[in-house]
Design a protein around this ligand. Sequence first.
Ligand code: ZN
Length: 72
Amino acid sequence: MTYSLNCPYCEEDHAVNHPGGYAPIYVDCAACDNRFIMEPARQGVAVFKIEDAPCCSDPECRELEYGASGND
Ligand SMILES: [Zn+2]
């Protein structure tokens, strides 16, 4: 599934491939060199700056919190 979204730092357009499901993933912005988080939602997609993302929307934090078993 490909999502269209904008970098929360510089507003650059991105077309991001997501493997499916609702797990958040990191996206690296080539335009401003920042990393942000995209999380598919039932309607559309949520985008977070790393520092603004709640733990449940941060891939690394989720891994620490729920284990790396990958069951979602
Ligand atoms: Zn950017």
